[in-house]
Design a protein around this ligand. Structure first.
Ligand code: ARG
Length: 568
């Protein structure tokens, strides 16, 4: 609600405080009976040398009421401030499909690096978090009038590619590759790791063993690629194609798109150049014995930025990619969405950029996210311990289908299944781990995707039954508590969207959607919408309220990438 500023303005004179200061002091009371805003008088007590209770009393009787304030009451040390309900109600009545959209972003560019899986490896469930959070941030920023650019920065080079080429040459089964490219690549990768005795790692920095026969083979292949060896390049291209097929299937299911699909390998050369230059200038140091180049920091551990054999590593490429994006987009913000295990990588990256003399490092943000735990549900994939994203999605859609049958309801199993997975992931703050369970994700009750979709469908069916909503709506003289609560929740939406953008936290919108739906369901159980005892005018008003609710819920779910259905 945007009345805070106006209230602060009106309170400035009687309290003798600055408007800005009052804005920071004003609170939103927990319950609607305590008003729309509360002003605690403790601060004034110190200045006026009176008790806060006394001050509240005096202020309440002395302040002249002016719109939008309709009432001021003293309650203990607080001043409870009520906004003219007509103003709220009018706002709700004016809600249209664009409610919450804003153009305060002024077309400023926001680069979002998200999803970014490693080619050759299947997308595991961790990548879904990056994909879903990143996609939601894209939607939120664009909703607020920014111009977001989504970049899928694939891990198309690195030791894992060297490993895969070795495995490809030794063990490839062409028929299996045709049948299911993702699974065959995973089999090859796992087999290599077994030989090397490394883990089937999910992160980007591969384990590097010294003097390990298998690791050395992989390093040789990597070197061959950098030297432009034709055979190695051919296999590399095959690997890229095969895994691309798998990624596309997943993006289609999730309905996610990018403005740019690129890969680390494109930035190896530029990265090396930047690093060499820094070494020449003495900003980066060269290890006397090995020739590897590194950077030292005040507070972070030292970081190697060019391997001893001269090949680029993950960070080398990230340095060049960041520099190029800054040049290309002149972004207001650049956001990287990855696993929390890369926190150090990004801290170091942003520091390096600063040390190298670029001025955009303050505009770079990392959104780290926790793991997705499957508890007992783990469907240990035949090969390795990676939970495949595609398997999870498919299984959820399958289960959604069963649920629809069991409940004898309508609804689209894809929308419900995919929505359920997206929701259970995005309702958690990125930093927190997600406890995944199919029963929870697909439950029609509680803080779940299906519950929200169901609330939307319920509101839609009320509207559809009523057919037409009259244009002329009279505001009822008395609103009951449930109506008031719903109205207030609805009007919170624009504020929540902005907060989610500012804090890079779409879970705020998810949890808002849930609270909004709860307010609606509370309203719905206690107020009769069609043919209420209070008469036709009330019916018309309540229908409009239901309509405003479903518009806002739809917008809110849209920002999370979750689709709604008219019937369920
Ligand atoms: N490929 C990495 C992974 O799978 C994520 C890359 C993130 N983006 C970046 N510019 N480093 O974890």
């Amino acid at each position: 609600m945007q009345h805070k500023e106006e209230i602060a303005k009106q309170l400035a004179k009687p309290t003798g405080l600055k408007k800005e200061e009052i804005e920071t002091i004003l609170e939103i009371p927990k319950s609607v009976e305590l008003g729309d805003y509360a002003f605690p008088c403790f601060k004034l007590a110190g200045i006026m040398k009176k008790s806060p209770v006394e001050i509240a009393k005096n202020l309440a009787s002395n302040i002249k009421l002016k719109s939008p304030i309709s009432q001021i009451k003293a309650q203990g040390p607080y001043l409870n401030i009520f906004i003219d309900k007509k103003i709220f109600v009018e706002e709700v009545l004016n809600i249209n499909k664009d409610y919450g959209r804003d153009n305060f972003g002024n077309k400023k560019k926001i680069v979002i690096d998200f999803s970014s899986p490693n080619i050759g490896k299947p997308m595991h469930i961790g990548h879904i978090r990056s994909t879903i959070i990143g996609d939601s941030l894209m939607r939120i920023y664009s909703y607020l009038g920014y111009e977001p650019f989504g970049i899928n920065y694939m891990g198309d080079i690195g030791l894992h590619i060297g490993k895969l080429i070795v495995a490809w040459e030794l063990w490839l089964n062409k028929d299996e590759l045709k049948k299911d490219p993702v699974k065959e690549l995973l089999r090859l990768y796992v087999k290599f790791c077994e030989k090397e005795k490394s883990q089937v790692q999910e992160g980007t920095d591969e384990q590097e063993f010294e003097n390990n026969e298998w690791t050395n083979k992989a390093k040789e292949k990597l070197k061959l690629i950098e030297m432009g060896d034709e055979k190695a390049h051919k296999i590399w291209e095959e690997i890229r194609k095969a895994s691309g097929k798998g990624f596309d299937r997943v993006y289609k299911m999730l309905n996610v798109e990018f403005n740019e699909v690129t890969g680390q390998s494109k930035f190896s050369e530029a990265g090396k150049e930047i690093v060499m230059n820094a070494a020449k200038k003495g900003i980066a140091k060269t290890d006397r014995e090995t020739g590897a180049i590194y950077i030292e920091f005040d507070k972070l551990p030292k970081k190697f930025i060019l391997r001893s054999n001269g090949t680029a590593s993950y960070i080398t490429q990230d340095i060049a990619a960041a520099v190029e994006r800054n040049k290309k987009y002149k972004f207001e913000k650049m956001i990287y969405v990855t696993d929390y295990r890369q926190m150090m990588h990004f801290q170091q990256l942003f520091e390096i950029i600063k040390k190298f003399g670029y001025d955009f490092s303050d505009k770079c943000y990392h959104v780290p996210f926790g793991t997705v735990n499957f508890g007992n549900e783990i469907i240990a994939s035949r090969a390795g311990k990676i939970v495949l994203l595609e398997d999870v999605l498919k299984k959820t859609v399958e289960k959604a289908k069963e649920e629809i049958k069991k409940r004898e309801t309508k609804g689209d199993e894809e929308k419900i299944g995919v929505g359920a997975v997206k929701y259970i992931i995005i309702k958690n703050e990125p930093q927190k781990d997600v406890e995944f369970s199919w029963d929870q994700a697909l439950s029609f009750e509680g803080n779940t995707g299906p519950y929200l979709q169901y609330s939307y469908a319920r509101a839609s069916s009320i509207i559809n039954k009523a057919k037409k909503i009259a244009r002329k709506i009279k505001i009822p003289k008395n609103l009951n508590e449930k109506e008031k609560e719903l109205i207030k929740k609805i009007l919170d939406f624009p504020k929540i969207v902005k907060e989610a953008a500012e804090k890079l936290n779409p879970s705020l919108i998810a949890n808002y959607s849930f609270e909004l739906s709860q307010a609606f369901n509370g309203f719905y159980t206690s107020c009769k919408v069609i043919n209420p005892e209070e008469g036709k005018e009330t019916e018309v008003f309540r229908l409009k309220l239901v309509d405003a609710f479903r518009t806002v819920l739809k917008n809110s779910l849209y920002l999370l990438g979750i689709e709604v259905m008219e019937e369920m």
